[in-house]
Design a protein around this ligand. Structure first.
Ligand code: S3P
Length: 167
């Protein structure tokens, strides 16, 4: 089967769900943030601080381009990757895209003040504006949407149903 790709805003639960799905379905787990950190030998916060956000975005695009013809992976995307329309053709080629969304209030609870996520530094209003601006971009590339505001088990159950229906 083609890849299953999880997208959505920071804190929506992509990484947690991707781990559970890779165990459940026997797919290989690919986390774009982790791949970039591994290849660069430094943290995302370091990449942003030293080379800036645009450089990080170019690394994301290179990576998703290189995954476009792969198969059998659960690909968990960094929150900005599917919000960048340059990446949409590669995502479409790579597999089925599932958007996770836990709503803005739950998002704020989960990510506010996280030092590993440079884009939370602007605070509540900035996070809300970014969430609103990104939503239509996520929706335009998604094949399905999952409400991820419930627990891990509930989200996994919803995801397995959706994946069956997308096959
Ligand atoms: C980002 C989300 C992060 C990471 C980077 C930028 C974003 O990934 O890629 O800090 O632009 O939303 P998570 O969604 O896994 O937090």
């Amino acid at each position: 089967m083609k890849n299953i790709i999880l997208c959505g805003f920071m804190g929506c639960g992509k990484t947690t769900l991707a781990k559970a799905l890779s165990r459940e379905l026997g797919f290989t787990l690919v986390d774009t943030d982790q791949e970039i950190v591994k290849a660069q030998g430094r943290s995302i916060a370091d990449i942003f601080a030293t080379d800036g956000e645009q450089y990080f975005r170019s690394l994301e695009t290179e990576l998703i381009k290189s995954l476009a013809d792969s198969r059998g992976n659960i690909i968990s995307l960094g929150g900005g990757l599917a919000a960048n329309s340059v990446n949409h053709p590669y995502l479409k080629k790579a597999g089925k895209v599932i958007l996770l969304d836990c709503g803005i209030e739950e998002t704020l609870k989960r990510i506010s003040g996280d030092p590993t996520r440079p884009l939370t530094a602007g605070g509540r209003e900035d996070i809300i504006a970014r969430y609103k601006a990104r939503k239509p971009l996520y929706l335009s590339v998604a094949d399905a949407v999952i409400d991820s505001s419930g627990g891990k088990k509930a989200t996994l159950g919803l995801a397995l149903k959706i994946i069956k229906s997308l096959e």
